[in-house]
Design a protein around this ligand. Structure first.
Ligand SMILES: Nc1ncnc2c1ncn2[C@@H]1O[C@H](COP(=O)(O)OP(=O)(O)OP(=O)(O)O)[C@@H](O)[C@H]1O
Length: 281
């Protein structure tokens, strides 16, 4: 799979022309990397992902894939969707077929692939999402977490170069979140660019290569430490500072962490602490 750069510039988009949700939003999805999109409820994360996927046409601005502008024609959208797939927050908006295997094969069948190619794609996608054992199950009998993974498998079966996931971990228990993140790691190893929207600043800090915060209709993008360490921005966006940044700063101030150490999660924090008798892991 090749890496293509998906970008948006100057997007104005919404559902009511008088009050756009996005108002001049620009963003570049780093090719081959992980981007977390954060923002308060109703800030426009889903709207942004829908514009990037082609599902929603912006009133102004443009979406480009490796510099080529997305055209909202039948052919333009079809070409875009082969490279960019959106997985909706609610799997029930996406699963329609009787069985898991049928559902996951829907996209590849529509691409006109041969039966063997479809079967190979379905097997690959089910394996990447660790749901091979569910292949023959009716989708309506699956748990919420299983349905979310199957919905992701349906998108993965299209072998997109960019996968846009709208809150893939919302509503999952901690083990299921871990499994979903492991699946995303396998996708990235398989060369996908992964974009995830989330409210979870701690998850964004430990998972993402870059973060984008949607606030006041625009996007502020940068490294997780820079963006999620900007208290004024976080207040505007109604987000909390990740705990690892707060604890890391306190430990640095106490001289317990080296100046440059910026641990992103508990394991990294414990590993960065000096090995003193007072510190037990
Ligand atoms: N189909 C729609 N018709 C009308 N308004 C909509 C529609 N979808 C979203 N909106 C409105 O657009 C705004 C942005 O919604 P959006 O779903 O993009 O936000 P979000 O950041 O994804 O929110 P959340 O975190 O709650 O999922 C909200 O005010 C919402 O009510």
């Amino acid at each position: 799979m090749s890496h293509l750069t998906l970008a948006a510039s100057g997007l104005t988009a919404g559902y009511d022309r008088r009050r756009p949700v996005l108002d001049g939003a620009s963003l570049t999805v780093p090719a081959g990397r992980r981007l977390a999109v954060l923002g308060a409820n109703g800030s426009g994360k889903t709207t942004l992902l829908r514009c990037l996927s082609g599902a929603l046409a912006p009133a102004r601005g443009r979406v480009t894939l490796d510099g080529a502008e997305l055209r909202h024609t039948r052919a333009g959208l079809r070409a875009h969707r082969q490279e960019v797939q959106l997985v909706l927050q609610d799997p029930d908006d996406q699963l329609f077929s009787a069985s898991v295997a049928q559902d996951v094969s829907f996209g590849p069948v529509n691409l006109g692939l041969t039966e063997d190619e479809v079967r190979a794609r379905v097997a690959e996608a089910l394996a990447l999402l660790a749901v091979t054992h569910l292949a023959e199950r009716p989708t309506h009998q699956l748990s919420y977490g299983e349905r979310k993974r199957v919905a992701m498998a349906g998108a993965v079966a299209m072998r997109p170069c960019v996968l846009l996931l709208d809150e893939p971990t919302a509503g999952l228990d901690p083990t299921a979140v871990g499994e979903a993140l492991a699946a995303l790691a396998r996708l990235q190893e398989a060369d996908s660019t992964v974009v995830m929207s989330t409210h979870d600043v701690d998850l964004a800090l430990r998972w993402a290569d870059e973060v984008a915060v949607v606030v006041d209709g625009r996007v502020v993008q940068g490294t997780p430490e820079t963006v999620l360490g900007d208290d004024a921005l976080l207040a505007r966006a109604r987000l909390d500072r990740p705990w690892a940044l707060t604890v890391g700063a306190r430990l640095r101030a106490l001289g317990l962490l080296p100046d440059g150490a910026l641990p992103r999660d508990a394991d990294a924090l414990l590993a960065a602490l000096p090995d003193s008798p007072g510190v037990r892991t």
